[in-house]
Design a protein around this ligand. Structure first.
Ligand code: DGT
Ligand code: CA
Ligand code: ZN
Length: 575
């Protein structure tokens, strides 16, 4: 249990109450409590054990008790009762973009629609346009939303499962009968979403290891158990497969269960070409007269045996990595240690949870040499955007910090809204005062493709724009990006020297890794930015690095690997 899980449970309760049509104040209180827990700087476990939860602003007596119950028992009776009292399908329906609790209740109460499947039928049959507040257009929109939910059904964001998977691996490595333990599957390849968690262990004694694994797991049901595999399912539906193999089989199993399937097929083909057969346990000569396969004690040995340089897991998607490994032409992938500075962060001046001072101290502790602050611009009412005066005021506070600190330089910036016509939300003379300008779209998502493309391309012509942030506005498993001709945007960015963001927030992770390589070949440079709204947002940078590595980026492709004078010179060169 960690604070993120607690916050998610509180959010879920708020949704359930909304679905029941409960008092909005109660719902608001839970949402506030969820935010307070998420933004905690003190350890939640300590607050619970010292009974000091109510000292946290936003957490009242009642909610504190429920959090303590959840923390200590792993369960919250109130949540269970509540979940049992609303139709189960409502929780699926609420995941459809644009379908709020009020509409769901109308559908349920007036048409008896309480499942996603039934909702789909009803939309297809044109049955729901009769309801007040719904029309033909909403039927279409709901159907699109259902398609999105279905395509992501049963998948999890990397950030929802990685911390737990890493904890399990650390625990398994500590077991005396375990020789090696690794995460496998899509999670090891740093996919942005995963279907399940694949874990691999090398051991000569699978039984006690499997037993120890089951003991450490939180609440779960066992869905399979055998000599080499133990499978479980957690209450949130997530499946974990633990595979236990003999130490000499481990490199083969690790490679095989890392995948991807497409990569595996290519690698196995190379073994076949040599007269060998490769599976998840071994590499052997398939006939007596064939030359014997060399011994393999690691994945690197396996690749070498097949005439390939070592291929990092992130690249194993059959997108050219085999060909590159053949000629030793694989990229020298960026690592988190290459990052020198953090750009695109928010403070309490707009919609962040920590003050400028707190964000700066945490960035210093993180080891960054610079921190680019970019709060939202004036018209961004959705995020408490800064007036010109407030921005100037923040600039003075930054000057004071920079006069004091020798280790961390704060850069003055803004995340300026790109208005519908492609102009920016601050006049140029305001932007000219700043070290860098992040431009992005937060409104009018539904423009047609041509208009949206023109809007962004126009913004890129402004000489003060340094970085185009989250270029499609997608939210993984939640919202598709807006329609835009990305090729045109990337070409314009390359031509005008605007850096394109790889937003490291694990819900965004865009520009999508699948498009990075082509963009880099067009001459685009990237910034890997956490878009941090609190001090713990810096930890998201690793997800951005994972996506960057999947997109074949090296440190030369990423501008926040530069020291501050070079970075500022790059931004100034556009002006
Ligand atoms: P996921 O779980 O959908 O996020 O993606 P993966 O890649 O983790 O897929 P998963 O869990 O079904 O299987 C793990 C790995 O096992 C997969 O990446 C490659 C290997 N594997 C699974 N099925 C096959 C198969 O039919 N052929 C080959 N060659 N490999 C397979
Ligand atoms: Ca998997
Ligand atoms: Zn932002």
């Amino acid at each position: 249990m960690d604070k993120h899980q607690v916050a998610r449970t509180l959010e879920e309760i708020a949704v359930l109450l909304e679905l029941k049509g409960e008092n909005p104040f109660r719902i608001r209180a839970l949402e506030n409590a969820a935010r307070a827990v998420e933004g905690l700087t003190e350890d939640l476990g300590i607050l619970v054990s010292e009974k000091r939860l109510t000292e946290v602003p936003g957490i009242g007596e009642g909610i504190a008790g429920r959090i303590a119950e959840l923390w200590t028992t792993g369960k919250m009776q109130f949540r269970e009762d509540l979940a049992a009292s609303v139709p189960h399908g409502y929780l699926d329906m609420i995941r459809v973009p644009g379908l709020g609790a009020k509409k769901i209740r109308a559908l349920g109460d007036q048409l008896g629609i309480t499942t996603l499947a039934r909702l789909k039928e009803a939309c297809e049959a044109g049955e729901i346009r009769v309801l007040k507040g719904f029309g033909e257009q909403s039927e279409k929109k709901i159907l699109q939303g259902i398609a999105l939910v279905e395509s992501g059904a049963g998948r999890y964001l990397g950030c929802e499962v990685r911390p737990m998977a890493e904890e399990l691996i650390a625990y398994l490595r500590g077991h005396s009968a375990v020789k090696a333990a690794e995460i496998g599957g899509s999670l090891r390849r740093w996919m942005e979403t995963v279907k399940d968690v694949d874990l691999l262990v090398a051991t000569a004694k699978p039984e006690p290891v499997a037993k120890a694994f089951l003991e450490i797991l939180p609440e779960h049901s066992i869905t399979g158990s055998g000599e080499t595999k133990t499978s479980v399912r957690l209450p949130n539906g997530l499946a974990i497969d633990l595979r236990l193999v003999a130490p000499k089989e481990f490199p083969f199993a690790l490679h095989y269960f890392t995948g991807s399937v497409a990569h595996n097929i290519r690698v196995r083909g190379r073994a076949l070409d040599r007269g060998w057969s490769l599976n998840e346990y071994t590499l052997t000569a398939s006939a007596a007269k064939v030359k014997k396969a060399p011994p393999v004690a690691s994945e690197a040995d396996l690749f070498r045996a097949l005439g390939l340089a070592y291929i990092e897991p992130e690249l194993r998607e059959d997108r050219g990595e085999i060909e590159a490994a053949e000629t030793d032409a694989l990229p020298d992938l960026i690592t988190i240690g290459d990052m020198k500075g953090i750009l695109h962060c928010h403070t309490t001046a707009s919609d962040g949870k920590n003050t400028l001072e707190e964000m700066a101290q945490a960035a210093e502790a993180y080891g960054a040499s610079y921190l680019g602050i970019s709060d939202h611009s004036a018209t961004a009412r959705y995020a408490n955007g800064l007036s010109e005066e407030a921005l100037a005021h923040q600039g003075e506070a930054i000057d004071r910090w920079n006069a004091r600190s020798k280790t961390l330089r704060i850069l003055k910036g803004t995340e300026v809204d790109i208005l519908p016509d492609g102009t920016l939300d601050y006049p140029d003379h305001v932007l000219a005062q700043l070290d860098f300008v992040v431009a992005s779209i937060h409104t009018h998502f539904t423009m047609d493709e041509a208009a949206m493309t023109a809007r962004v391309v126009r913004a890129l012509q402004n000489p003060y724009v340094s970085i185009l942030a989250h270029p499609t506005g997608r939210l993984l498993l939640q919202r598709e990006g807006f329609r835009i001709r990305m090729d045109d945007v990337l070409r314009a960015a390359a031509a005008s020297g605007v850096v394109v963001e790889l937003n490291a927030h694990p819900r965004r992770l865009e520009l999508d890794w699948r498009e990075l390589r082509a963009a880099k070949e067009m001459g685009v440079k990237f910034a890997i930015n956490p878009d941090a709204h609190a001090v713990d947002g810096y930890a998201d940078i690793r997800y951005g690095i994972g996506a960057a590595r999947k997109g074949w980026l090296t440190r030369h492709d990423v501008v926040n690997t530069l020291p501050v004078p070079d970075l500022l010179a790059l931004f100034r060169s556009r002006r």
